[in-house]
Design a protein around this ligand. Structure first.
Ligand SMILES: NC(=O)c1ccc[n+]([C@@H]2O[C@H](COP(=O)([O-])OP(=O)(O)OC[C@H]3O[C@@H](n4cnc5c(N)ncnc54)[C@H](OP(=O)(O)O)[C@@H]3O)[C@@H](O)[C@H]2O)c1
Length: 515
């Protein structure tokens, strides 16, 4: 008799790719913008945590590239101060000392060719002294306006091409364009210097544990996928909420807004994971091929449909956590008559067989009552024949919590104990923290590890980004370039958004979930 164990499938491609632990290769990581906020708050703490968990390659160095003169020692001190504030795990002095001894500072402007020649020499020396084998990961932690000069200079000194058997990769940060033409232009700038295979576009939502879990939930549970279609699902809600205002980012936000800043990338990426067909294998391209099909299936909106199915809102003065806060138009360096949306809600149709007739409602807002991101799959109601004559029976709702308290819950109906037939919704809850007894890694940890391992699955491919912009541009155009732009809906800071967004669902006999 033959027996089968779960590991008896050597040729099954589903056992490779995402299911495997990424193995980072020896390398030097060069961070452009090394004294920036992102480096201090996210990148260095992420690398430290990878090191503390034993996930960094043994041969590994970081070179911070920025403008101001400073010594390695001075730079290391600044990093430590910030890492103590922002690291997920507390800083262990011994581990930190060993980690930071592999971090160097390189002072140069982005424009100075000599600085790149010196960088190339430093990288060669580090390869020789620490065994990093000529592998280079360039992290552009800078505004996109700096991409062309940095990429051009890297190419000028030949750092974009790797020596035999080694690799040279680039990680680029959002925002990746502000519309389709600018994204195409930016893609061209990047791909003229690094091939698409070596280009890693960060969307840090994809690195979040629960986002990665969407595919596992869907494609490994027999009770889930058979129900994952228009026959059983009534609608899907994808919501992001932030209590923060624009802080110091007024000028940037004025050119962006909620739709471009959060929905075009993060929330639409989550939507594709929910809506995609099973990939043929768990490789980066097979998965991203399926996601691109979803982007291409988003029904384009006419200006009339935008007026009907999209709400744009802006926060007025209000209160958050008992503290008064000012209106968006009163924020530092914001136009007092600004039409920029700090809230957007959309009803999206996906024109595929699986999703015919199932709306995806997507919303994001700043200065909302709470900070959270979640996906709620609302199932259809049961036929109202038995219990629901006198009792209102709510639908089953599967909620995937992306942040905070990552986890998954399922709302089911249950009989309340007692002699009466009293039906009440209850929640079956899975929380990462309690089920696995340890905190999830930060998104940047996973993404940096994947880039060092050459796995681009959780990074946005060029055609994903461009198709997402093609969908979003029609909405932006209807808002900003039509003769009769839809009005801006105001909401008090600290609320759950404008009434018009509630009306959007109410018209369909539905309501937003309270997160
Ligand atoms: N901050 C976040 O949480 C966050 C989140 C997601 C995405 N992003 C994106 O990540 C990128 C970086 O953001 P950030 O907030 O870290 O930026 P930042 O705080 O403005 O930092 C800019 C960095 O670039 C360096 N720099 C600027 N111009 C330079 C030049 N001409 N030559 C050499 N160095 C120069 C600065 O060096 P000096 O200090 O020496 O002047 C500094 O290290 C942006 O594209 C942003 O949109 C940021």
């Amino acid at each position: 008799m033959s027996t089968s164990t779960p590991t008896d499938h050597p040729t099954n491609p589903l056992r490779e790719g995402l299911s495997a632990r990424p193995t980072p290769q020896p390398c030097n990581v060069v961070i452009f913008g090394a004294s920036g906020d992102l480096t201090f708050r996210k990148l260095i703490p992420a690398l430290y945590n990878l090191g503390a968990d034993g996930d960094l390659p043994t041969a590994f160095n970081v070179i911070g590239f920025a403008r101001r003169e400073k010594t390695d020692e001075g730079f290391r001190k600044e990093l430590e101060e910030q890492a103590r504030k922002y690291s997920r795990q507390g800083i262990n002095d011994e581990l930190w000392a060993s980690f930071v001894s592999r971090i160097y500072y390189h002072a140069s402007t982005f424009e100075n060719l000599e600085g790149y020649k010196a960088l190339a020499a430093k990288l060669d020396a580090l390869d020789a002294s620490s065994g990093t084998k000529g592998n280079r990961l360039f992290y552009l932690s800078v505004a996109p306006s700096e991409f062309p000069v940095i990429l051009q200079k890297l190419a000028d000194v030949g750092l974009n091409t790797a020596k035999d058997g080694a690799w040279a990769r680039v990680i680029v940060e959002k925002p990746f364009g502000k519309d389709l033409p600018s994204a195409q232009a930016l893609n061209k700038v990047v791909n003229d210097v690094f091939s698409e295979k070596e280009t890693y576009r960060i969307d840090h939502y994809l690195g979040k544990e629960t986002a990665q879990n969407i595919m596992v939930l869907r494609f490994t549970n027999a009770i889930i996928e058979p129900l994952w279609n228009s026959r059983y699902i009534d609608h899907v809600q994808i919501s992001g909420a932030e209590p923060l205002g624009v802080e110091q980012r007024g000028p940037y936000y004025e050119t962006s807004g909620a739709l471009r800043d959060m929905i075009q990338n993060h929330l639409l990426q989550l939507l594709t994971l929910v809506a995609m067909e099973p990939p043929v294998e768990l490789t980066a391209d097979a998965i991203r091929d399926e996601k691109v099909k979803v982007f291409k299936s988003l029904r384009p909106m006419s200006p009339e449909e935008v007026a009907r199915d999209v709400v744009r809102g802006q926060y007025a003065a209000g209160a958050i956590g008992g503290k008064d806060v000012i209106a968006y138009r009163a924020e530092d360096r914001v136009n007092p008559e600004s039409m920029t949306e700090t809230y957007a809600a959309l009803k999206i149709h996906i024109d595929t067989w699986r999703w015919a007739g199932v709306p995806f409602y997507v919303r994001f807002g700043k200065r909302l009552a709470k900070g959270a991101t979640e996906i709620a799959i609302q199932f259809k109601n049961v036929p109202t024949v038995l219990f629901s004559r006198d009792v209102e029976i709510g639908p089953n709702v599967l909620v995937i919590r992306i942040q905070p308290d990552e986890g998954i819950s399922l709302r089911i109906q249950a009989k309340r104990p007692g002699t009466a037939l009293d039906i009440q919704p209850v929640k079956m809850d899975f929380a990462y923290g309690t089920s696995f007894g340890k905190a999830s890694p930060e998104a940047y940890e996973r993404l940096l590890l994947d880039a060092m391992a050459g796995d681009a699955t959780l990074f946005a491919r060029r055609d994903e980004v461009e198709n997402a912009w093609a969908f979003i541009d029609r909405i932006e155009n209807a808002w900003h370039h039509s003769d009769t732009p839809p009005p801006l809906a105001f909401y008090p800071a600290g609320s759950w958004g404008p009434k018009e967004a509630d009306d959007l669902l109410e018209r369909d006999g539905r309501a937003w979930r309270r997160m």
